[in-house]
Write a new protein. Structure first.
Length: 99
């Protein structure tokens, strides 16, 4: 992770996020922390990542999510060359679905 990202302020934000106990608390917190557009952008990227993992085409993804090809490309780059954060979360969500 970039040294520019690892700051005390980001640590505090992540600690706050990790303190959330359920989806309703997430909605409450993130509605205060993010603008509607920021939150929708984050959720859009996550949906794009899921669809890329499911081998959907850029055209299918753009039509379903409204994401630009530039956004899809950036997410794809993160999936292929990033820190495997998406894969970690997808794996955990899959494990939760099995339970």
């Amino acid at each position: 992770m970039s040294k520019k990202l690892r700051t005390e302020a980001v640590d505090h934000l992540f600690d706050a996020i990790l303190s959330l106990q359920n989806k309703e608390e997430c909605y409450t917190f993130f509605e205060d922390v993010c603008t509607v557009n920021e939150l929708l952008s984050l959720s859009q990227r996550f949906e794009v990542a899921k669809m890329l993992r499911d081998q959907k085409t850029y055209l299918d993804i753009a039509e379903k999510t409204g994401a630009s090809t530039a956004t899809i490309s950036r997410v794809n780059r993160s999936l292929n060359y990033g820190n495997d954060g998406y894969d970690m979360v997808f794996s955990r969500l899959q494990d939760m679905d099995k339970e």
